[in-house]
Design a binder for this molecule. Structure first.
Ligand code: GAP
Length: 457
């Protein structure tokens, strides 16, 4: 993991947040290549799950919502972690995580606050910071960030940073039904920031307090026989989306939640897990939320949120299945998956990022062999032909070998080199393939079509 973190900093994928002020723990800023990678991830997701389907539409709702939303959704009451403090060094921990790490992964499942306190005490679990075994009792810690809208800080002005994008979808369900002419089953998708005051953030961008989600709420007519079929179809689509973008099957698995592991809104959940360098971790989740959310919002808002079947006129609250992806965890997965160190025959080590062409921040680099006016002029001509069709980079400074290495490290699928043969013999460029390092000569007139074909995998 350290090597990926170091490459991210060195090559401008991800920087520590607020670095010039000594940083702010567990915040990260995406640099130029990281931004391009993350945008490509979101674009690929939207393309697969919204644009190429006729049963999913998009939404972009506000982060701040009426506080009643969070009462209705259960987040004000139930969205909390069991927090304990070490009495000696005053460090704070998630009780359930301490149990998981010290006993086994399942030992904390289903424990209430008293149970967490008891298990930690009975097993003499030590403070990871100072090794003392004297903790406070576990107490609930709500994960939502609270602030105030306007200048007056009182109960009526309290607002929360949304902990999931999903609620923006539920409160707009009726608006979308009334304006989009969609009939059940259909989904509403949204990509946006979410915030959770996590007690133990860490593992680079895996667990942070500010992150981005890519979520779909897929609504359908309640039907016990159909639920599992729809759930399994989404499960397959989610799994295959990662495989199609280059994640190795061996590093990806689907894991069903046990009954006592389920969130307050879900009666069936499956996680997509990735084998990160620090172990298997949740990358995305699929939950059957039934009619929980719309029923709650109907109750709290006193608005009719039922769907009326246009043929039978029957009115009912639809059921919902929710595929929910973390954009940052997805980017982290593609970074980890792409990273390779290769020992070359000449004894050198080559670091290469094998991004899927759809995700690669730069699709082609245009490199004059040397910084000589006749070569740079021709290379700029090639760059001008390509730059409006593909995201390209022009680079003329430094030894050609070093420039190849740099492009390998940012995962550019193709390097195009302009040399004296281009000018004097064949009007071709040398195309170097990132993964195989094989080179071939391609006519400048044909290079656009060549790249189009190769990049559209
Ligand atoms: N609406 C359902 C929901 O929010 P979740 O399992 O809590 O479900 C969905 O979150 C996804 O959001 C996770 O699978 C993960 O990828 C991402 N996620 C959740 N908490 C995160 C955090 N603290 N940092 C980064 N990503 C997070």
């Amino acid at each position: 993991m350290d090597k990926v973190v170091s490459l991210c900093k060195r090559r401008g994928f991800i920087f520590p947040g607020s670095e010039i002020y000594g940083g702010l723990a567990n915040t990260w800023d995406y640099g130029p290549y990281g931004t391009a990678l993350k945008n490509n991830v979101k674009k690929a997701w939207w393309q697969t799950f919204v644009d190429s389907r006729d049963d999913v539409v998009g939404l972009d709702s506000a982060i701040f919502m009426n506080s009643k939303v969070w009462e209705a959704s259960g987040h004000l009451g139930a969205f909390s972690d069991p927090l304990i403090d070490c009495k000696k060094c005053k460090e704070r921990f998630r009780g359930d995580k301490l149990i998981e790490e010290n006993l086994n992964l399942d030992a904390a499942i289903g424990l209430d606050l008293a149970g967490v306190t008891k298990v930690i005490k009975d097993n003499k679990i030590a403070c990871p910071a100072c090794k003392a075994t004297d903790f406070t009792e576990a107490r609930n810690f709500n994960l939502m960030f609270k602030t105030h809208q306007g200048v007056v800080e009182e109960a009526q002005t309290a607002v929360y940073l949304r902990p999931e994008t999903a609620q923006g979808i539920f409160v707009n369900f009726k608006n979308v039904v009334n304006t989009s002419r969609k009939k059940l089953p259909f989904g509403i998708a949204q990509i946006g920031k979410a915030f959770r005051n996590e007690i133990t953030p860490g593992n680079f961008t895996f667990r942070t307090r500010e992150f981005e989600q890519m979520e779909i709420e897929y609504f359908f007519k309640p039907d016990d026989n159909e639920t599992k079929t729809i759930f399994d179809k989404w499960s397959k689509d989610m799994y295959e989306w990662f495989l199609n973008l280059g994640v190795n099957k061996q590093n990806l698995r689907m894991r069903d939640h046990d009954q006592d592991e389920l969130s307050h809104y879900s009666s069936m959940t499956q996680d997509v897990e990735y084998n990160f360098p620090f172990g298997w971790g949740e990358l995305a989740g699929l939950a059957f939320r039934g009619k929980f959310d719309l029923t709650q919002h109907e109750k709290f808002s006193k608005q009719d949120l039922k769907y009326q079947d246009p043929i039978t006129n029957e009115k009912f609250i639809p059921h919902v299945i929710e595929p929910s992806f973390g954009a940052d965890r997805t980017v982290l997965t593609f970074l980890v998956e792409a990273y390779e160190e290769q020992q070359l025959e000449d004894g050198e080590t080559r670091v290469v990022m094998h991004f899927h062409p759809k995700l690669a921040p730069i699709k082609a680099a245009i490199l004059p062999l040397m910084k000589k006016p006749e070569l740079t002029e021709k290379a700029r001509e090639v760059y001008d032909i390509l730059k409006n069709k593909f995201v390209c980079e022009y680079d003329e400074s430094g030894h050609i070998g070093k420039r190849y290495r740099r492009q390998d490290e940012i995962g550019t699928p193709f390097c195009l080199t302009i040399d004296y043969d281009t000018l004097e013999k064949d009007n071709c460029v040398t195309v170097r393939d990132r993964d195989s390092m094989k080179q071939e000569r391609i006519k400048i007139d044909e290079i656009s079509d060549y790249l189009l074909l190769k990049l559209d995998k």
